[in-house]
Design a protein around this ligand. Structure first.
Ligand code: FES
Length: 154
């Protein structure tokens, strides 16, 4: 039995049938909606590489049942830039060399966007690190990431 859901992804309305009601949002984005920017790192809620915004809140899309998101507004890394114009957080990540291999970067950026829009980030580097602690960077680019979050708020 399939389940019908509809939601908005990066401003576009999408309606679809889920053949498997257990499908996770991350797999749906990558495999059915052709949005591979959200990365699969651990697939168990520990690395943050799959972070997207759902109704403005940061979530690990590998842990979110797509079936639970009927009516939701989802933003992925692909939805941030305005044409050729980068989102301020994307621009700040580039300005501060806030990545090395780049695999965690979409999740880091989505988490930073959510954090800033929640008005929680502030300027204290330790607090930013704590609030971004769900996003792991194996290359250790934390200094640049923290500076980018600070800078993007200005
Ligand atoms: Fe979702 Fe690691 S892939 S938290």
């Amino acid at each position: 039995m399939s389940l019908s859901i509809s939601f908005t992804v990066n401003g576009q309305s999408r309606a679809m049938d889920l053949d498997d009601p257990r499908v996770m949002l991350l797999d749906l984005l990558r495999e059915r909606l052709d949005l591979p920017g959200s990365k699969k790192g651990c697939d168990r809620g520990q690395c943050g590489a799959c972070t997207v915004l759902v109704d403005g809140r940061r979530i690990n899309s590998c842990l979110a049942l797509a079936a639970s998101l009927d009516g939701a507004e989802i933003i992925t890394i692909e939805g941030l830039a305005d044409g050729p114009e980068l989102h301020p957080v994307q621009a700040a990540f580039i300005a501060h060399d806030a990545f090395q291999c780049g695999y965690c970067t979409p999740g880091q950026i989505m988490s930073a966007v959510g954090l800033i829009s929640e008005g929680q980030a502030g300027d204290d580097p330790e607090r930013i690190r704590e609030l971004m602690s769900g996003n792991i960077c194996r290359c250790g680019a934390y200094q640049g990431i923290t500076e980018a979050v600070q800078d993007a708020q200005k």
